[in-house]
Design a protein around this ligand. Structure first.
Ligand code: IPD
Ligand code: CA
Length: 275
């Protein structure tokens, strides 16, 4: 019997909308309070922290037995543990660098994992009123309308999303530039929103055909995974093997064929895992 997750989605949507108001109210503030994390371009604002606090306070009152993994409440270098217990995985603002610059492509990314698998997902960009939702076994939706991946199979016809990421590392930069160099010659085009969650939402929507990144964290991709798979796409490790959500590597695609063609062309980078 499949689990009814309507109540979880309803509660998550309600708090995501409140969080969206908070983000919108600060979006045009040119004097945001900013601190840095792992490096000088890995930023966090007071709004990131306030949004995460709002979401955890609200959902923990409603679901006292649930656990939480949040970007801003996970101490740097702390091991992230995902157990069978229902766990909310939260990125309060994915695309913080965009938010800092008032570039309107940031979102709240919120997913509930049960038995280590995603059961509901929300990616919400309050600046552009883009709401992406998914429920396991029910489907994926963009502003309440069902969405499907493009189904594209050939890399030569594909629009590929990638990111240069928000950390400074010479080896990773080399690999990123090499991959851009390779793909410019063989894909239709390359795009980047500055938010892992929104990149995945674009693949789910069928607006882009694949996305890969080395260096992301589980909160960047937790909701995007269910959007893509419920829209008919696939998630895998960029090497073509099964996804390890804590490995800081991801590839999603509109079809298995495309995912494998892309992975075969990629130079690989293995970031230090959180554990
Ligand atoms: C970042 C964004 C960015 C990606 C980085 C992430 P943040 O998340 O998703 O697109 O390239 O790897 O860390 O820091 O804006 O929440
Ligand atoms: Ca993020």
């Amino acid at each position: 019997m499949s689990l009814n997750t309507d109540k979880f989605l309803e509660s998550a949507l309600s708090v995501a909308k409140q969080a969206g108001e908070l983000i919108r109210s600060q979006f045009n503030n040119r004097n945001k309070t900013i601190t840095t994390k792992e490096c000088d371009i890995d930023l966090v604002t007071e709004t990131d922290k306030a949004v995460e606090e709002l979401i955890i306070n609200s959902l923990s009152k409603e679901f006292p037995d649930h656990r939480f993994i949040g970007e801003e409440t996970t101490a740097d270098g702390k091991k992230v543990e995902l157990t069978e217990v229902p766990t909310w995985i939260i990125d309060p603002i994915d695309g913080t660098l965009n938010f800092v610059h008032s570039f309107p492509h940031s979102c709240i990314s919120l997913a509930l994992f049960i038995n280590k698998e995603p059961s509901i997902a929300i990616v919400y960009n309050p600046m552009l009123e883009q709401l992406f939702t998914a429920q396991k076994g029910v489907g994926a939706f963009y502003n309440n309308k069902e969405m499907k991946v493009s189904g594209k199979q050939n890399l030569s016809e594909a629009l590929i999303m990638y990111e240069v990421g928000t950390f400074r590392n010479a080896e990773r930069k080399k690999v990123t530039l090499k991959n851009i160099d390779t793909l410019v010659d063989i894909a239709h085009g390359l795009r980047s929103t500055g938010s892992a969650a929104l990149n995945m939402a674009m693949v789910a929507l069928g607006a882009a055909d694949a996305y890969f990144e080395f260096g992301i964290h589980v909160w960047d991709i937790a909701a995007g995974e269910l959007l893509v798979t419920e829209a008919g796409g696939v998630i895998m490790d960029p090497s073509g093997g099964p996804i390890d959500r804590l490995s800081r590597r991801v590839l999603v695609a509109s079809s298995k064929e495309l995912g494998q063609q892309l992975s075969a062309k990629l130079s690989q980078f293995y970031p230090t895992p959180v554990d």
